[in-house]
Ligand binder design. Structure first.
Ligand code: MLT
Length: 305
């Protein structure tokens, strides 16, 4: 029977599927036929000639050397949709946290913890500076209507938002799952121009790298808020910071912080937690394990990238 090498902590339910089918699952395997991994940045030299398939337990796969794998006939899988709900929930939270200035308000509240009986008076005096808009009635623009984009769209509609989305490759499955209330833009500029909140859900590749740049920011409303739960490289951070400093962008919420983004009230920088829920981790591990099993034992390729 085949051996599977694991990197990172893969949810037990996925590993149990493989073990239950007779695979040897070993993080130190030297001659594995399959690899299952999360965020480990896999180097070509770590892929032995015995490897036939690599399953990335997640949607993005830019931590796998796909070109090297293609050259060597190794099939790479990902698990689109398996963690979409986890990411969606954090996107919705990001919109609300940013609009309602929850972080600056909490930091200020913590800062007055030693003020004793003055606390209620201080709150009364200062609270108006932490006021922020409701999201109901505002326009959410979405670039990319795949599994995550559609879940975000449907939840935003349920919260009373107007949603306009753009996706040149809208799949039949996504179109079926999407609320009829989502307006379909015919070009991305319509989304950029109308969005009070803009969220991007596209893979990072040569075409999309840096897609949110100074040119796009100039098309957006001055108080718009951008959310990036897709990949850090999609957004030109320097351009975002310049727009925030110039007052031509309202806020930036990102799951991909770098040092330049930290310590500001107008940036919410989350350490890549979009899919960090037990549910998403299990769903991804189970899907990845089944993909490897189908491929290694029956030759079936499901969701290769
Ligand atoms: C994904 O690509 O699935 C998410 O960004 C979460 C992750 O990287 O594990």
């Amino acid at each position: 029977m085949h051996t599977i090498k694991t990197y990172n902590k893969i949810a037990a339910s996925g590993l149990e599927i493989l073990a239950g089918k007779g695979y040897t699952v070993d993080e130190n395997a030297a001659d594995a036929q399959g690899i299952i991994l999360r965020s480990h940045k896999l180097q070509p030299e770590e892929i032995t000639t015995s490897v036939l398939g690599i399953a990335r337990a997640g949607a993005g796969y830019n931590n796998v050397p796909v070109d090297h794998c293609s050259e060597h006939g190794i099939v790479v899988f990902n698990t689109p949709g398996a963690n979409a709900n986890g990411v969606k929930e954090l996107v919705i939270a990001g919109m609300l946290l940013s609009s309602r200035q929850v972080y600056p308000a909490l930091a200020w509240a913590q800062s007055i913890k030693d003020q004793g009986e003055d606390v209620p008076k201080m709150i009364e005096k200062e609270k108006s500076r932490f006021a922020g808009p409701e999201i109901a009635g505002k326009t959410l623009g979405i670039i990319g209507l795949g599994a995550i984009g559609v879940l975000v769209a449907n939840s935003a509609i349920a919260l009373g938002m107007r949603v306009i989305g753009y996706d040149p490759f809208l799949s039949v499955e996504s179109a079926w799952g999407m609320s009829a209330a989502v307006e379909k833009a015919t070009n991305p500029d319509q989304v950029y121009q109308q969005a009070d909140y803009l969220t991007i859900h596209v893979p990072q590749n040569d075409k999309t790298k840096g897609m949110i740049n100074a040119e796009v920011l100039a098309k957006m409303k001055d108080d718009a808020r951008i959310l990036n739960f897709a990949r850090g490289g999609l957004v030109d951070n320097a351009a975002v910071l310049a727009a925030l400093d110039a007052g031509t962008l309202g806020a930036y919420v990102t799951d991909f912080p770098d040092a330049s983004l930290l310590g500001r009230d107008d940036v919410i920088a989350i350490p890549h937690l979009g899919a960090s829920t037990p549910e998403s981790e299990e769903n991804c591990a189970i899907m990845a394990a089944n993909q490897l099993d189908e491929f290694l034992t029956r030759g079936n390729i499901i969701n290769s990238v």
